[in-house]
Design a protein around this ligand. Sequence first.
Ligand SMILES: Nc1nc(=O)c2c([nH]1)NC[C@@H]1CN(c3ccc(C(=O)N[C@@H](CCC(=O)O)C(=O)O)cc3)C=[N+]21
Length: 292
Amino acid sequence: MMTIKLDGKKLAEKVKTRLIQRIADLKSKGIKPKLVVILVGGDEASKIYVRNKHRTAQKLGIETQDIRLQRTVKESELLTLIKTLNADDSVHGILVQLPLPEQIDAKGVINAIKPEKDVDGFNPQNVGSLFLNDPHSLPCTPAGILQFFEEYHLPVCGKHVVIVGRSNIVGRPMAAIMLNHDATVTITHSKTKNLRKLTRQADILIVAIGKAEFITGEDIKPGAIVIDVGMNRNENGKLVGDVEHSSVNERASYLTPVPGGVGPMTIAMLMEQTVNFAERSADFDGKNVFNS
Ligand SMILES: Nc1nc(=O)c2c([nH]1)NC[C@@H]1CN(c3ccc(C(=O)N[C@@H](CCC(=O)O)C(=O)O)cc3)C=[N+]21
């Protein structure tokens, strides 16, 4: 079987192109979309993310401010900073890069971000709205994955979607989004018994478990759509996904590459969401933008 590559780089360009006019319209109203990224310490995936985010935002004319804090920063300092940004009308989106160092309670920090500025859609209010199929913002990685299905006209309704991984960033919100699109959803994770028996039943397999080349050709149904969310460095320093592409290729019908698949889409959706928020602030004068 010929496997079709789901080209995230190309699709991200398309998403960004459709933002250009919207950003120009905002600027004509005197609004410059602004995203603030808070980075504490920083792991490998986070560094790639920050670099690519910055580059993309600059190209689009979205203002970004990176606030880098030391690994030893106090939680109270972080909370004070978020409060200041919540109150700053020039800031439309706030993103706290995860993971946070151990001494910081990530839940408390995410709770502190005003839901209207929560570009990642991680705040419990936004998570709840998504689960109730009334989303205000979508976590960027799952939102980016959804774009592939729309762009390539791949039906989701009635399909069996199996998700490997239950993180707050990818697995859980992805499940909610697919359910909202009438898929039948199975979430698997590190404690799942006979996990590979389940992955072989998937029409659509979404892998976000953070283990290099965890899923191989034998673990998928021939003709399945496979989305690889993984971003791992192998022993040679090369970026590899959670899927073994050598064996999944020619067995899947569609497959996202790593790099050039889900990663660029995550960034494109972050930009889109920042623009969405800036527009809402413009339309509703910064008042309650979600209930109208
Ligand atoms: N609050 C929060 N939200 C996140 O969404 C989040 C986070 N924290 N922490 C870190 C991870 C990681 N992440 C990436 C997104 C895109 C690329 C990306 O652009 N990858 C490209 C480039 C690869 C390269 O340059 O080598 C690609 O896959 O083609 C990478 C990593 C978002 N994350």
